[in-house]
Design a protein around this ligand. Structure first.
Ligand SMILES: *Cc1c(COP(=O)(O)O)cnc(C)c1O
Ligand SMILES: [Zn+2]
Length: 396
């Protein structure tokens, strides 16, 4: 029997938070940002309890949003699970593009269909929902753009306030998204790292809750749902390779966490995809650190790329991204902006899929990965189309 309407069985099994570096534990009843040691906190669930209702058979009756498996999502009360229909995006087989590249099983997860045009919907939906459950009324975020648009939309939905600090050169359409949904838009000279400094100054004077990438524990829970969906859509057998355009790295880190939890629940085995991180050659701190065999990345000076989501010179979760890439036997690779544009146009012409520049970077990386022997003809590959072509509309 399916227990869809049974509120007990659909409750969250979140138990506490645990530091990814020092292991210190925290309770979940109040809003929190980082661990005392300055590192990232992860949500911990009672997976033995979750196992009882998260069964393969239960999936046909589950809702289609990031709240599809509320048992391993952080919000306790259903009325705080805000949604705009994010998640459950299509997994599209690229036949023509695959033929051109010599790959039989190339797929794109089209995140452009999310309500705010990018997969940032997922993370901010989860973070805003949880924070509002804990009583937060006002948010602040430094952003390269898309996270700000998502925060503004979900804040409108949850009837709370959002203050968004964004580089002045962010594409106009993204600024308009923020304004349209009622966000307080503050434009900053410089990069996301400069926006972060500005926002900190303002936030210190107020009670605004900071939801910047990985600086609170729940955005990554929203991004985790991409991993949950991939597992479900491939009938609980993960693909060989996942190619992911990396900025702050929440997606790559979140998907890996999803796989660990799904294995413990018993829905998948111990096999994992090779996780491949793609960055633009104009801002590639993770690629550099990977190549130099470092555990952390250093600040990337004078970042410049046509992919706003990848213009992230420093990532607080660098050690987590690098760990996932290495543990999965994946790699990190950079592509030039011209290669991104070529891939973006070709994909649109051959498949009818308009991706943003960030998403197109994953397709641009494929010939290079084939050349280096990092992927093979027979591999089942998922490239993440993280945003809609409309978010980088001036590139067409
Ligand atoms: C933010 C963003 C990225 C990078 O995502 P992370 O999970 O922070 O690495 C990639 N693509 C788009 C469209 C983005 O908005
Ligand atoms: Zn710690």
């Amino acid at each position: 029997m399916i227990t869809y309407n049974n509120t007990i069985s659909m409750s969250s099994h979140l138990i506490n938070l645990k530091c990814t570096a020092c292991g210190k534990k925290y309770e979940t009843h109040r809003p929190i940002n980082l661990c005392e040691c300055g590192k990232v906190l992860f949500a911990v669930y009672n997976l033995d309890e979750a196992k009882e209702t998260v069964t393969k058979e239960s999936f046909c009756k589950r809702t289609r949003s990031i709240w599809r498996i509320p048992e391993i999502m952080p919000v306790y009360e259903e009325r705080y699970r805000f949604t705009l229909g994010e998640g459950c995006t299509p997994l599209l087989h690229l036949k023509s593009m695959g033929e051109i590249l010599g790959l039989e099983q190339l797929f794109v997860k089209d995140e452009g269909l999310n309500p705010t045009g990018t997969f940032k919907s997922r993370g901010l939906c989860a973070a805003v929902s949880k924070a509002v459950e804990l009583g937060i009324k006002e948010f602040v975020i430094p952003t390269a753009g898309n996270a700000g648009a998502a925060l503004a939309a979900y804040s409108a939905r949850a009837k709370v306030k959002a203050h968004i600090f964004m580089p002045v050169d962010t594409p106009g359409i993204i600024k308009k998204e923020v304004l349209a949904t009622g966000g307080d838009l503050r434009l900053v000279d410089g990069l996301i790292s400069d926006a972060a400094k500005e926002s900190r100054k303002e936030a210190e004077k107020s009670e605004w809750f900071n939801v910047s990438t990985l600086k609170e524990p729940y955005r990554v829970e929203g991004k985790k749902t991409m991993g949950l969906e991939i597992a479900e859509m491939f009938n609980w057998e993960l693909p060989d390779v996942i190619i992911y355009p990396t900025g702050g790295g929440t997606g790559i880190i979140g998907m890996w966490k999803a796989f660990v939890e799904l294995e413990e629940i018993g829905l998948i085995g111990s096999e994992r995809p090779r996780m491949i991180s793609v960055q633009s050659s104009g801002c590639a701190p993770i690629v550099k650190a990977f190549e130099e065999k470092k555990e952390k990345a250093s600040f990337w000076e004078e970042a410049e790329t046509i992919a706003p989501g990848l213009k992230v010179p420093v990532a607080i979760g660098d050690y987590l991204i690098l760990k996932v890439v290495r543990e999965s036997k994946g790699t990190a690779i950079s592509v030039h902006d011209e290669e991104i544009l070529t891939a973006m146009h070709e994909l649109a012409k051959k498949e009818g899929i308009m991706l943003s520049t960030e998403g197109a970077a994953t397709i641009a990386a494929i010939p290079k990965l084939l050349n280096k022997g990092e992927i093979e003809k027979e591999d089942k590959i998922v490239a993440f189309g993280t945003g809609s072509g409309f978010t980088t509309i001036s590139m067409w």
